[in-house]
Design a protein. Structure first.
Length: 95
């Protein structure tokens, strides 16, 4: 965090992709809603910390739009395996 020493002064509840991946692996999330909440929080943190002219800000907006467009699929309880597939696709699409 040397490149952004004030990050924790601005962002009080940090979330990043490493944390999300670890939480998925550790079965931390008790609900799909909790996972989506963390995804949104990660985006909100990015929007709060970065200037709107940066690529980080723009990517966070795009990710939020993508999450919104997929949320109905994620909520469907009868396709839990698809939920896991969708989560993997979200992470794969980020890299």
């Amino acid at each position: 965090m040397q490149r952004v020493p004030d990050y924790f002064d601005v962002i009080k509840e940090p979330v990043d992709l490493k944390m999300l991946a670890a939480r998925i692996k550790d079965k931390y999330y008790s609900s799909k809603e909790a996972f989506v909440r963390d995804l949104y929080l990660m985006c909100e943190n990015c929007l709060k910390y970065n200037d709107e002219t940066t690529v980080f800000y723009q990517n966070a907006l795009e990710l939020q739009d993508y999450i919104r467009s997929r949320t109905l699929i994620i909520w469907c309880p009868y396709i839990f395996n698809f939920y896991r597939y969708a989560v993997c696709n979200i992470f794969i699409g980020l890299f």
